[in-house]
Design a protein around this ligand. Structure first.
Ligand SMILES: [Cu+2]
Length: 144
């Protein structure tokens, strides 16, 4: 009887622990979704982004609302901090990652991410827009 009880416990405990772990991670994910996002508006025009550098606190869910005002532009950002190796861990976690967001003149594009790791993240225009295109840059600074 004792042996059977022990075997029963051994078979049931790991499963319930796994269930608990899944429950905790799911509730964490739900909490992250419920947490309201910080909305930051940025405009893009030849050859600059307004509001740059954008400062956010670590752990903030950010909704970047980017609007090109004078011409079509683009938005390209590395998910890895500037100072880290390019193959390093992502410090910005995007809801939907894009290599280059196309910003149509007059339309607002929403870019959502979680600011997970402190650092400076440079973004730049990725839609050829004129002579100053290559210098069209901005920064997001995630503060610890
Ligand atoms: Cu450009």
């Amino acid at each position: 009887m004792k042996k059977i009880a022990k075997r029963f416990l051994l078979s049931i405990v790991p499963k319930s622990l796994l269930g608990l772990a899944i429950f905790l991670s799911l509730s964490g994910a739900v909490r992250a979704q419920v947490q309201s996002a910080q909305v930051i508006e940025v405009t893009a025009k030849k050859y600059e982004y307004s509001n740059s550098p954008v400062h956010v606190k670590i752990g903030t869910k950010v909704q970047l609302k980017v609007t090109a005002t004078d011409h079509d532009h683009g938005f390209k950002i590395s998910a890895v901090p500037d100072a880290a190796p390019a193959n390093g861990a992502n410090g910005l976690i995007f809801i939907s990652a894009h290599d280059c967001w196309q910003l149509k003149k007059g339309e607002t594009t929403t870019i959502e991410f979680l600011a997970q790791t402190p650092g400076t993240y440079t973004f730049k225009c990725c839609h050829t827009c004129g002579l100053g295109h290559k210098g069209m840059k901005g920064q997001i600074i995630v503060e610890p």
